[in-house]
Each structure stands twice: as C-alpha cells, then as structure tokens.
Design a protein around this ligand. Sequence first.
Ligand code: NAG
Ligand code: NAG
Ligand code: NAG
Length: 239
Amino acid sequence: MFFQLPLRVFLFSLISLDVLANASPTENTNGYRLARGLPPLPPREFGRKKPGFEPTPVLRTRASPSPSSVVRYTGRLQVRSSDGSTIGYVQDKLGLPVSGGSDLTISLTASSTRKKQLNIVATATSFPSPFYLGASNQGSGNATIGTGSSTFLQFSNVQKTDALSQPVRVKSNGDTSVESAIWAINSTTKELTAQYVNPDGSLPNTILVYNDANDRLYFVGDTAAFNTSVAQVNLFVVN
Ligand SMILES: *[C@@H]1O[C@H](CO)[C@@H](O)[C@H](O)[C@H]1NC(C)=O
Ligand SMILES: *[C@@H]1O[C@H](CO)[C@@H](O)[C@H](O)[C@H]1NC(C)=O
Ligand SMILES: *[C@@H]1O[C@H](CO)[C@@H](O)[C@H](O)[C@H]1NC(C)=O
C-alpha cells in the first residue's frame, strides 16, 4: 500500500514520456487522425490469418449459460418471527396456513443472471393447481399496497406471472389478481424476500406478516397501518 501511489505516479510519468517521445504521429496513425477529428482507421489485421497463427475464432454461436450458474433450492418454508424463533412451516393445504397439516415442499431456481423476480413452485401438493406461491388480492378489488395503506394481499398459491408484471387478473375470478415472480433469495441465509409490483407499476414496500388469529400469511405495505397486532415475519427455505 505504501508504495502503490508513488509507483503509479511514476509509471504514469513513464507512459507520458513515452507518448511524448513518439509524439510525431504520421498521417497513417489513429493518433494523428483522432487529433484532427477524423474517424479511426479500420483495424487492418483483425481476423486476418498470419503465417503460423490461427486467426482468433469469433464466437458466433450463442453461449448457453453455464449449468453451474443455476442454483436450485428445494425444501420447506419456515416462518420465523423477527426474534428468530420458529413460528411454523407453510402447510400443504389450501390457504397455506402455518400449522395443522403436513409441511409443503417447494422448489425455486436462481441463476447468476437472475437473482430477483423468482418463482416458488409448490411440489407434490394435495391441493389443485395453480402451484406457484405469490400474492393475491383474493377478490378484494384492491391490489395496491403501500406506506400508510391498510390494504393487504394474501400469501397464496397463484398462477405464474412474468417478472415485474403488474397483478394479473385471474379469468376464473374477475376480481382476483395475482403475482408469482416476486421472490428473491439470499444465497447465504436462504431467506426469501418479496417485491410486489402495484397495478400502477410502482414497487411498494412488501412486508410479510403473520396473523395468528387465522394462522395465515399476508403481504402488506405498512405493518402498523394494516393491524398493529400482527407482526412482521421472515421466511426461509430449509431442508
Ligand atoms: C386501494 O388502496 C389504496 C391504498 O390504500 C388506495 O389509495 C386506493 O384508493 C384503493 N383503491 C380502491 C379502488 O379502493
Ligand atoms: C444475506 O444475509 C446476510 C445476513 O443477514 C447479509 O449480511 C447479506 O448482506 C445478505 N446478502 C444479500 C445479497 O442480501
Ligand atoms: C388485528 O389482529 C388481531 C390479532 O390477529 C385481531 O384480533 C384483530 O381483529 C385485528 N384487527 C383488525 C382491525 O383487523
């Protein structure tokens, strides 16, 4: 560290001197042309075969993502209170309660290029499709959450929607709109966090809360405005 800055300055000086020593560009050099506002010369040797050398191959085929960059998480969904204690596991039951059945198993895929807007898929469920886990307004007619708003969305099994999609109206129920691709996972802690997209395209605070009165999970934009007696919880993928 001690020598780094002086050395850099020194090297820079050498480069500057070198440039100065060669500072008589002829008409054929890009330095000359650039100094006069002319476009640079076309690269003459590029891709040309020189004796004894293979030309540098130009990759024209689409590079497929390396399989090692895809990470698949499988397991159960553990609900923890903010003090870290376990409340329960999301159950394989309609309504996705946190107790009173058998633990739901899920799968989620992340990759080096896609770490957010992920889908969680319920595997081997006892309830009928859809099998994605996301947010639903459950026919309440209001799919907008946010600061100061008491509006809530249910943590539900929903149809698959696109990344960053606004809520999609479910055809079988005109008032219900849903989103699935709202999840991000922390690869270290395996904590899941959600980012919902409002109908106007805005990205509200998306807080997961647990209501022990009915043993259900909800997404809200403002915990206090929703109900001061429900608590924010954290969701984790565990084995
Ligand atoms: C939905 O809730 C938001 C936030 O509370 C509110 O601003 C909006 O007026 C509501 N819309 C309807 C149609 O009730
Ligand atoms: C994952 O969680 C750990 C522990 O809370 C935190 O330090 C880290 O910054 C998180 N990573 C990301 C990418 O959010
Ligand atoms: C708030 O939550 C508590 C406990 O779950 C419940 O008893 C109460 O009815 C809720 N209040 C409102 C206004 O929903």
